[in-house]
Design a protein around this ligand. Structure first.
Ligand code: FES
Length: 132
C-alpha cells in the first residue's frame, strides 16, 4: 500500500521562527509568517504562540503581560488563556493560537493551523513542551 500523502501534512507545515534561548531571554517576540504577525511567549518554561493582534481592537499582544498562564492586553485589559486562546471577557473574542514545537534549540510553529470550529479561538492541540 502506498503511503498516504496527507498523513504527515501537519508536521510539514511547521516553520522555524526563533532561537529558544533568545526567546527565553526576552520572554516574548514577534514573528511574521504568511503575512500575519504572531506573538511568541516563553512563560513558565513553555513556549506559546498567538496572533499578535488583540481580537478586541488590534493592540499588539506582545505589549501585554502574562501571569499564571493568562495573557492580558494592555489597552482595554482583555484577558486570554495563553494555551488555548480562550477569552475570559465576553466583550472580546478568543485569540487564535498556533501549535508550537521545540526542536534542537529552535522554536517551530504551524502558521496555518486547522480551525477549531468554535469561532477562531485556540487550536486545542495541547500544551507545547520545552525540553530541558
Ligand atoms: S485592544 Fe486589546 S483589550 Fe482592547
Amino acid at each position: 500500500m502506498a503511503p498516504d500523502a496527507d498523513t504527515d501534512a501537519g508536521a510539514d507545515r511547521f516553520v522555524r521562527v526563533a532561537d529558544l534561548d533568545a526567546l527565553a531571554d526576552r520572554g516574548t517576540a514577534v514573528v511574521s509568517e504568511d503575512g500575519q504577525a504572531i506573538a511568541l511567549f516563553h512563560h513558565e518554561g513553555e513556549v506559546y504562540a498567538v496572533d499578535n493582534r488583540c481580537p478586541h481592537m488590534g493592540f499588539p499582544l506582545t505589549r501585554g503581560s502574562v501571569e499564571d498562564g493568562v495573557l492580558t492586553c494592555h489597552w482595554h485589559h482583555a484577558r486570554f488563556e495563553l494555551e488555548e486562546g480562550d477569552t475570559f471577557d465576553i466583550w472580546a473574542d478568543d485569540v487564535q493560537t498556533f501549535p508550537v514545537e521545540v526542536r534542537d534549540g529552535a522554536v517551530y510553529l504551524d502558521p496555518d493551523p486547522e480551525p477549531d470550529g468554535e469561532g477562531g479561538g485556540g487550536t486545542g492541540r495541547g500544551r507545547p513542551r520545552v525540553p530541558r
